[in-house]
Design a protein around this ligand. Structure first.
Ligand SMILES: C[S@@+](CC[C@H](N)C(=O)[O-])C[C@H]1O[C@@H](n2cnc3c(N)ncnc32)[C@H](O)[C@@H]1O
Length: 225
């Protein structure tokens, strides 16, 4: 088992509850799970296909989405061992045949060539929520570069979280959040959608769909050309 770099954000008992069976609880789950499910539904909901999730965290969302989209094979991943323990506990709890065991995946690395990723077969979508702002820019670069390799034509890269647009935060709360992130780690920060879209364009993604979500978040869907 690899030890993830210290700069990786991790949940701790200080900010997440946990159940005796090892499940950690996402602080945002009650607020955002259903709106995200509804936004994902037309993109991936009815498909018999495989989705790889990057930075699954507690795994609480993965369990919910796997139950909500039974045709979809949901493959969660996270580089932090404690998170993978929680994801595995949520997987046992969910009893969803379409939810895979978590993969140890650091998105800043060359993950698209990993045996566990290749073994998933053709991927229809790669989904990452609340990751690129709480990780160095190299993680955003790694997600886009890897997705470009791992997805076939028409495959979707779906990012959820706070994004600035045209150099401006989409709300006062996001401006404060950005400042707090950068104070905690100068390599973190709310990303500008233009910068992420430029990465995606350079990596071969075409159409971009931006869906406004509660609390000034965005669900961004890039389609592989
Ligand atoms: C704020 S949490 C979000 C977790 C979950 N997606 C959610 O929204 O509840 C950020 C997650 O990103 C993961 N992460 C941080 N750096 C990463 C990296 N280099 N590659 C993949 N995941 C990473 C962390 O382990 C953590 O689980």
């Amino acid at each position: 088992m690899t030890t993830p770099p210290r700069h990786i954000h991790r949940y701790s008992p200080a900010n997440v509850d946990s159940a005796q069976d090892g499940r950690m609880f996402s602080p945002s789950f009650e607020r955002n799970a259903e709106p995200i499910r509804a936004a994902l539904e037309p993109v991936v909901g009815s498909r018999s296909a495989t989705l790889l999730e990057i930075g699954s965290g507690t795994g609480q969302h993965a369990a919910f989405f796997a139950q909500a989209f039974p045709k979809l094979r949901w493959a969660p991943s996270d580089p932090v061992p404690e998170h993978r323990v929680s994801i595995a506990a949520w997987r046992r709890w969910a009893e969803a045949d379409n939810l895979d065991a978590p993969i140890d995946l650091d998105a800043a690395g060359d993950w698209a060539g990993m045996a566990e990723v290749v073994a998933l077969g053709p991927l229809a979508a790669i989904f990452s929520m609340n990751v690129v702002h709480i990780a160095p820019w190299s993680v955003a670069q790694g997600i886009v570069a890897g997705a470009s390799r791992a997805l076939g034509q028409g495959g979707r890269l779906i990012l959820y979280g706070p994004f600035a647009e045209g150099g401006r935060h989409t709300g006062e709360g996001n401006a404060r959040f950005d400042a707090a992130l950068r104070a905690e780690n100068p390599e973190w920060g709310v990303r500008d959608l233009d910068d992420v879209a430029a990465l995606a364009r350079d990596a071969g993604f075409g159409a971009v769909q931006v869906i406004a979500m509660p609390s000034n978040n965005r669900l961004v869907v890039f389609t592989r050309g």
